[in-house]
Write a protein that binds this ligand. Structure first.
Ligand code: 5AD
Ligand code: SF4
Length: 462
């Protein structure tokens, strides 16, 4: 029997890359690969890359410099280290990567992951291999499902891709070019995957897609199901206690999805709904196809359905043509909505997108200054939201050991990390926690009487 080969996968960027990385590991497992957490003893390193902003792509090249040195060290030891670049940089840059980083053996885009074993064989035979085609067959039909064993090691919260690609063509965004057209997975396959996760101890599932609420997969009866229908079916699966979905586009926040926030107790009261800007002029230039009033109306309807809903968002500052007045409209929208947190970015022109060709680009110094001001307002909002959590009692899903002995870290319904003194037996369980202290990024709390008694009662009954 051959020695297992060691695989190290590093994910950059979004949660879909994290999910894809796990699927790549699952696909390679039957071919004798086991995952390692250290790049320096690996036989195969896969960098699963992100191209969404310039900095993300540059990070990949600097990481490749480090991996090249590992390859040289391995060669000095008489070992061969294969370097593969996957993901959206691979898709967008293709051969350019082999030119800029000659130590790379294999370059392949997000639509080729199921062909990984064959591509590795090709790279070993020919020295190099590259695959950035958009094939007609569905990669989801061929990618290995997560094995029960693989799932067990991965904790109590998991991602499941339900939809990939995007047809929206926001003028700043590279996703429609790197991930291709929107494709939804069939309902039955998604539910089977969630059932397997539930059986393996997963309690929380986040349905992911670049445009997840545009989901329109084939249902069991042959009719198209919306995301709301999919969530309702997922909520019926044993063992799954919490559901989330990300990332959504305001245009696809349908009435039935808004109603799902009222009707499905398992759907957590936290929603990431990127708006990008508060200025209608900018929203039009970005091709978002909604106004700031449309966004505020959706927020009102969501909060009517689920009054405790916490909203987070994404913002871009310094999109071409953005004036101080446009930016002020963004600040005003942040104040008006009261987000529990948000990501904000300086506009980064992506090659091949319409935004990059626009002539009225904003000065970098102006972008930095606006980013700074926006982040101050967002941070103040997040602190205010966390402060309001003080003294409340939340259900916390315990995910892993905490920073100190005797502590566990879990997540509140609003996704905040919560540090609690709790026995390891509570890992994977949901228990009520009274919040006693709040910091800017996490909460601290104690088990309430009811939840602290539970393990003892269980032991007495056994
Ligand atoms: N420049 C800056 N931010 C961007 N995003 C997407 N494309 C760009 C870009 N070219 C941000 C958006 C999106 C998030 C995932 O990344 O805010 O919602
Ligand atoms: Fe990019 Fe817009 Fe599609 Fe989101 S909706 S992935 S921002 S093009």
């Amino acid at each position: 029997m051959n020695e297992p080969r060691r695989l190290f996968v590093k994910s950059f960027g979004c949660q879909m890359n994290v999910y894809d990385s796990q699927r790549m590991a699952d696909t390679l497992a039957p071919h004798g690969y086991v995952e390692t957490s250290a790049a320096d003893d690996a036989d195969l390193v896969i960098l699963n890359t992100c191209h969404i902003r310039e900095k993300a792509a540059e990070k990949v090249y600097s990481e490749l410099g480090r991996v090249r040195r590992l390859k040289q060290a391995a060669a000095a030891d008489g070992r061969r280290l294969t370097i593969a670049v996957a993901g959206c940089v691979a898709q967008a840059e293709g051969e350019e990567i082999l030119r800029r980083a000659p130590a790379v053996d294999l370059v392949f885009g997000p639509q080729s992951y199921h062909r990984l074993p064959e591509l590795l064989a090709r790279a070993a035979r020919d020295g190099k291999a590259i695959d950035t085609e958009f094939p007609l067959d569905d990669k989801f039909d061929h990618l290995a499902p997560p094995s029960a064993q693989a799932v067990r090691g991965r904790g109590v919260s998991a991602f499941v891709t339900v939809q990939e690609g995007c047809d929206k063509f926001c003028t700043f965004c590279v996703v429609p070019y790197t991930r291709g057209a929107e494709v939804s997975r069939p309902v039955v396959k998604i539910l089977a995957e969630i059932e397997r996760l539930g059986d393996a101890g997963v309690r929380e599932v986040t349905l992911i897609g670049q445009n997840v609420n545009a989901y329109h997969g084939v249902g069991p009866n042959g009719r198209t199901n919306s995301l709301a229908q999919l969530l309702e079916r997922a909520a019926a699966i044993a063992g799954i206690e919490r559901l989330r979905y990300t990332t959504s586009h305001p245009r696809d926040m349908g009435d039935d999805l808004i109603a799902a926030h009222r009707e499905l107790p398992k759907l957590m009261p936290q929603l990431h709904l990127p708006v990008q800007s508060g200025s209608d002029r900018m929203l039009a230039a970005m091709n978002r196809r909604h106004t700031s009033a449309d966004y505020l109306d959706i927020v009102d309807r969501l909060r009517a359905a689920r009054p405790d809903l916490a909203l987070t968002s994404d913002f871009i500052v310094g999109f071409p043509g953005e004036t101080e007045q446009d930016f002020a409209a963004t600040l005003a929208l942040v104040e008006q909505v009261g987000f529990s947190g948000a990501f904000s970015f300086k506009y980064s022109p992506r090659p091949g997108t319409p935004g990059a060709a626009m002539t009225d680009q904003v000065d970098d110094a102006v972008k930095s200054e606006r980013l700074h001001r926006l982040q101050a307002v967002i941070d103040a909002g997040q602190r205010a939201f966390n402060r309001r959590c003080l003294g409340r009692t939340f259900d916390v899903l315990f995910e892993k050991p905490g920073r100190y002995d005797g502590q566990l870290v879990g997540r509140s319904p609003y996704l905040q990390p919560v540090q609690v003194s709790a026995p390891p037996s509570l890992l994977g369980d949901i228990a009520a926690v009274a919040i006693t202290e709040v910091a800017s990024n996490s909460l601290f709390g104690t088990l309430t009487q009811a939840s602290a008694r539970q393990p003892a009662l269980a032991a007495a009954g056994a």
